[in-house]
Ligand binder design. Sequence first.
Ligand SMILES: [Zn+2]
Length: 337
Amino acid sequence: MRNTIVDTIIKALYFLGPLKWYLGLKNYFSPRKYILMFHRVTDGSSHGMKAISISNENFISTIETISGHGDKIVAIEEIDNFKAKRDLDFHLTFDDAYKAILDRALPYCDQREIPYSLFPVTNFLENPKPYWWDIWDTALELGEYQILNFSFFEYFPNAELTIDQNFSHLDYNTLKSLDGVTREEMSCHILDKLKKKHVGIDIDQSFGWNELEKVVGDNVHIGCHTSSHQFLPYMDHDQTLSDINQSISKLETFTGVDLKSFAFPAGLYDQASIRAVNCFDFSYKFSTECKSFTENDQNEDRLIPRFNINDEFVCDKKGRFSPAYFYWNLIRRDQHG
Ligand SMILES: [Zn+2]
């Protein structure tokens, strides 16, 4: 009897497998947009978080692959137009306005009139300095566990459960949940120590208003990414409104047009933060969910998912750029199936 039941379950799974594939493929052929999220596009001369970095060469190869494949890179205004049944439409976004993208990535897009969206953090445009995640990641990369250990335990003497003893792994969720002022203080402290020990060290950072002025062009859309890059689920309603308000007013004064888009810092949101963001009139709100954007996503909250593109996303196991891996990862990691 038991064997018969097991047998029936196995047979059911056997038939459900192809069905899942069929449904997945059906979904795959429905009109969709691929929104790619870039952060650092770099020549490797500066330090920064690897998970959000891609080399200049791999970035250019990715764009050439998309264009060579006959797919189109569209402007933000076209990402919710699902009428056109062409191959695949892409949109490029750059978060945090990293200095490194000024060297090749943005000039490359500008020369070819490739449209893209840029999400700078206004406090960092005013006072360009490295972001905390790049500072911590660099300390980890350089094996400076002592510096991290000292900084962390100085502020949180009872925090041994939040970070493992060898610092082989940083618990970013713990760091994200700290209040912004404390985290900033700790990060400045780590940065000072790193600079003393590694004289001339270059940690990538945001560019400033002057550089933004040079970047602005017909192909560039500028959106709001808050003033402080604090994570919205850890802020209260009023703090969120005031942080976003300040950023909007500075960017609108700068661009002379109404801001139409918003990107959640680190893609983090909850119902309360969505409510706060909905107080503003944004047409496009971006998350960092690893999904393509389909007509089905046009629900009430209408958050637009994005793929985080880094070197690992576009390279094969040997670390070489591979068009096949890039497309395969888009399909394989697409949570729409
Ligand atoms: Zn960001």
